[in-house]
Every structure is written in structure tokens, then in C-alpha cells.
Design a protein. Structure first.
Length: 68
């Protein structure tokens, strides 16, 4: 499953790398919302996917902070 692979890849990254991924995902979400507002977005379900990926990354950051 794609989400399992995504989470496994993210678990192997350090906290700094996760923060970078979080920033990149938030930028992507902003761009998707902008495209959606200007009716240029074809795949609107991508917004939902990116939002959930952001939540997954934030969860992993919290887990790593609790371990340290």
C-alpha cells in the first residue's frame, strides 16, 4: 500500500529531514489550493492526500521528539 511505503520511508529520516519534508508538503498544499481557486487543478483529491501526508509527518516528528 502506498501509505505504508510513505510512512516507512519517513520513519527512516531524521527529525531535520522530516521538518524539510513538512515544509515541502505545506508548500505543495498551498500551490494546490491556489490552483484549485483558479480552476486549474484537475485532480482535487490530491489536496486530501497532501493534507493527510502533512498529518503523518507531524505525527512522526512528535514521536521522535517523545523518544529523545
Amino acid at each position: 500500500m502506498k501509505t505504508d511505503k510513505f510512512v516507512t520511508d519517513m520513519r527512516n529520516k531524521s527529525a531535520a529531514e522530516l521538518s524539510e519534508e513538512l515544509v515541502a508538503a505545506k508548500k505543495e498544499l498551498f500551490n494546490l489550493r491556489f490552483q484549485n481557486a483558479t480552476n486549474q487543478l484537475d485532480n482535487t483529491s490530491r489536496i486530501k492526500q497532501v493534507r493527510r501526508n502533512i498529518a503523518r509527518i507531524q505525527t512522526l516528528i512528535t514521536e521522535k521528539a517523545a523518544q529523545a
